[in-house]
Design a protein around this ligand. Structure first.
Ligand code: HEM
Length: 443
């Protein structure tokens, strides 16, 4: 069996040591070469490795054939999330808009238009609404565990949880999807997430999935506007939302926003798999979560999973106006990347960052710029992820299901996380076997 404590993190240290020749000479040399291929090969490590090598939190390099400003660390994050200094219009590369984001969504807006659109997302995330989603997901977890226990087969957790979350979020948003349609809808949504950093057929499948998903979601928006069947749902709110100009969103844009709820909720399956991996690699924490019903313990575990495991490597923006920070000139219009994963592993902020240690979060709350797995700053004013609470709720529910509702074994499998895969996932998708209802489902 593979030792997950050794393989479940992207190990950048060896590469750093090889690259440790440092200094301005390095900055100038690296500046001239396009770093797209190195970045695709090391999406989680390249930016912070170069920052350490140059001894700077901010430097320029060429990416996608453009000079790009790279920023890492909490101080840089605070600058990056200042809307007077950075905007999002034109920031996302075309391949990201053609797959993950779509066109015209909240990610690409600035100022008042962004604030109004963001308010729509935030209004969907009330504690009551999140409880409703968790109730649906809990019912589906119990059904799935009973089915796995009944047929005794091995289960690829990533595949099953992706479908479970897809079914739950479609029901929650009021998008009618039958159980038979769930696998196909899940595949399309997963392809939007998988493809932006891919090359060849996987990228092309992601573009096709975006076209299909936009048409499908726009159809639901149009039907929701024509009938009252979606009343009281997130679909109705998105379909009925009026922009700053007082007009409803064009159906294609409302479709992108509907997909901005469906797609990332399915993406939470990755964090569920990372949680399962962390439970497997840390038996004392598994026992603690199983035996103690202490919210702070669960919170600490979930926060450490979000910090430790690689997900989105960077966030992108454009410099709004010329300014200088720490001696670096930020040129208006230049693309900038904030190193999210590097900031969450910055040794200046985190004690032994390459170790999985949930206890670091016990009795301590991180600030808005040091801990940025889903972006930083203010949820309402900036581009920080509005789905953070939903993400944590669904992770906690899944951890409860995995520790209290089911017993299972983890057979030998390849749990390594390829350092070039963004977003990352253990190779096997995390296989579990011999699933049984824990204490008849009553633990
Ligand atoms: C799987 C876990 C998730 C991760 C790792 C994640 C990560 C992120 C990141 C890194 C950003 C960009 C921050 C920035 O640009 O500065 C973001 C934005 C966003 N996320 Fe999430 N997210 C997750 C779950 C969710 C969920 C569950 C939802 C909705 C239900 C959601 C909806 C959004 C939206 C709409 C934005 C754009 C916000 C804006 O531009 O103002 N995300 N997310």
């Amino acid at each position: 069996m593979v030792d997950v404590r050794e393989t479940s993190q992207v190990d950048e240290r060896a590469a750093d040591e090889r690259a440790a020749d440092g200094g301005a000479r390095g900055v100038r040399f690296v500046d001239r070469l396009d770093a797209t291929v190195p970045f695709l090969l090391r999406p989680y490590g390249l930016l912070s490795a170069r920052a350490r090598r140059f001894g700077r939190d901010v430097y320029d390099m060429r990416l996608l054939m453009q000079r790009t400003t790279c920023m890492t660390g909490a101080d840089a994050a605070e600058v990056f999330y200042d809307p007077r200094r950075f905007v999002r219009a034109g920031a996302a590369p075309r391949r990201l808009r053609a797959t993950l984001f779509g066109e015209g969504g909240v990610q690409t807006l600035d100022g008042e238009r962004h604030r109004a659109r963001k308010e729509l997302f935030m209004s969907l995330m009330t504690p009551e609404a999140r409880d409703d989603l968790c109730d649906i997901a809990a019912r589906l977890w119990r059904e799935r565990i009973a089915a796995w226990a009944a047929d005794g087969r091995r289960v690829v957790l990533f595949d099953e949880v992706s479908e479970l979350l897809c079914e739950a979020v479609c029901a929650w948003t009021g998008v009618p999807v039958t159980r038979r349609q769930v696998p196909a809808v899940t595949r399309v949504l997963l392809s939007l997430i998988d493809s932006p950093a891919a090359v060849g057929p996987r990228y092309l499948r992601g573009r096709a999935a975006r076209r299909l998903a936009d048409r499908w979601a726009a159809g639901h928006v149009v039907r929701a506007r024509e009938s009252e069947t979606a009343e009281g749902t997130a679909l109705e709110r998105i379909a009925g939302f009026t922009d700053a100009d007082g007009l409803p969103l064009p159906p294609q844009v409302a479709a992108v926003e509907l997909l901005n709820v469906l797609r990332p909720t399915v993406a939470v399956a990755r964090f569920v798999v990372f949680s399962a991996l962390a439970l497997h690699g840390n038996p004392s924490w598994r026992r603690r979560l199983q035996d103690e019903d202490v919210p702070e313990t669960m919170e600490a575990f979930v926060q450490e999973v979000r910090r430790f495991y690689p997900f989105f490597p960077v966030a992108a923006a454009r410099v709004a106006r010329d300014f200088t920070w720490r001696g670096h000139h930020f040129q208006k219009g230049r693309r900038a990347l904030l190193d999210l994963h590097g900031t969450d592993h910055d040794p200046r902020l985190w004690d032994r960052p390459e170790q999985f240690r949930p206890e670091r979060f016990l009795g301590w709350e991180p600030d808005a710029y040091s801990f940025v797995p889903q972006g930083g700053g203010d949820h309402y004013e900036g581009h920080r992820c509005p789905g953070e609470w939903v993400t944590k709720d669904l992770m906690k529910l899944s951890i409860t299901a995995l520790t209290r509702w089911a017993d299972y074994t983890v057979p030998a499998q390849d749990l390594r996380i390829p350092p070039w895969s963004a977003p990352a996932l253990p190779k096997s998708g995390f296989v579990i076997a011999q699933v049984r209802l824990a204490n008849g489902g009553e633990r």
